[in-house]
Design a protein around this ligand. Structure first.
Ligand code: FES
Length: 330
């Protein structure tokens, strides 16, 4: 193994001689902005400060002070690299950025898919599962989960904007009428700094699916092999706005199982929507002592789920949700 030190953050990680630097950083829980993973987009660029590395595109040895792409470089010895936008778990302070609105489209009767592009993307890093705020002038910040993986160059949001939800309607109006918007990120501790070494259970209600999409997209890029089960609960069939995408994951990715829970199914004899989702999760046959759970939805759903799973044997430290941070129980 070789040791890699990142400047100016001082973060360090180990890398096998046959492992690219981007992969080794991710395994160590260090988020590096990346997109193509093929040496083309140059988002994962760093400058060599000490040591020799091998460029796997052309098999050339790189020396100080050459620039290298982490995704296409192997360490030939211990290295020092200069790279600014890296972060260990939860260490990046949120900052405001002006984002370019690339696309806004309706994907269900009340959910919009939004794509944003940030200038100087390589200066920003976040973890899968984190969220951002859209900051409009003269309005409180509106918070949305990031639906895309940190390894992608653009940022995807799923915004539910029912006609009577005034603040979300204002955000959609601002996004569709303007070419830029102010966002603040990264927020949230219920995220993945690195792929865990145990199975994952993801539970989403409504647009809580966005956070789970970021986690799934990220886990797929890491080559994660442990089982991943996604429960997605909605009130009505038409609310499951990306059902075909979740079904596609199940077809393409062997560790993944999709378990939709729909309140208006004819065989549904459970009274409460949240109880229904929680009962479905409890009946899943998971080994609660050996799983990591991420949940996204209303505080009622999340706390009902958390209590039920801890009663079933889940260690409290294995349950993650932004709700625990923004709506703590008193
Ligand atoms: S050059 Fe695109 S991720 Fe490395």
């Amino acid at each position: 193994m070789h040791r890699v030190t990142l400047k100016p953050s001082g973060l360090t990680f180990s890398v096998r001689p046959d492992q690219d630097l981007l992969d080794a950083a991710a395994q160590a829980g260090i988020a590096v902005p990346a997109a193509c993973r093929n040496g083309v987009c140059e988002i994962c660029e760093a400058r060599l400060l000490a040591g020799h590395a091998l460029n796997t595109r052309n098999q050339q040895t790189m020396t100080v002070p050459e620039r290298l792409m982490l995704c296409r470089s192997l360490a030939l010895e211990d290295l020092q690299l200069e790279i600014n936008a890296v972060m260990a778990a939860g260490t990046n302070q949120p900052r405001e950025y002006r984002a370019r609105v690339v696309d806004v489209r309706s994907i269900s009767h009340d959910v919009y898919r939004v794509e944003l592009q940030l200038p100087r993307r390589r200066e920003l890093s976040f973890h899968a599962g984190q969220y951002l705020s859209v900051n409009l002038p003269d309005a409180d910040p509106c918070y949305f989960s990031i639906a895309s993986s940190p390894t992608e160059s653009s940022i995807e949001l799923h915004i539910q904007a029912a006609p009577d939800w005034v603040s979300a309607q204002k955000v959609i109006e601002a996004l569709t009428s303007g070419s830029e918007v102010t966002v603040e990120l990264p927020h949230g501790k219920a995220c993945l700094a690195a792929a865990p070494e145990k199975p994952m259970l993801l539970v989403a209600a409504g647009t809580g699916f966005a956070q789970m999409k970021s986690l799934v997209d990220y886990l797929r890029t890491t080559g994660y092999q442990e089982p991943v089960k996604l429960f997605w609960g909605v009130r009505r069939h038409e609310d499951m706005y990306l059902r075909s995408l979740a079904q596609q994951w199940q077809q393409d990715w062997p560790p993944f199982t999709f378990l939709p829970v729909v309140g208006d199914d004819e065989d549904n004899d459970w009274a409460g929507h949240h109880d229904q989702l929680v009962r479905a999760v409890l009946a899943s046959g998971v080994d609660w002592k050996h799983v990591e759970v991420h949940a996204s939805g209303s505080p009622t759903m999340v706390y009902t789920l958390m209590d039920a799973l801890i009663d079933a044997g889940l260690p409290e430290t294995a349950f993650f949700s932004d709700v625990l941070e923004y709506a703590p129980r008193t």
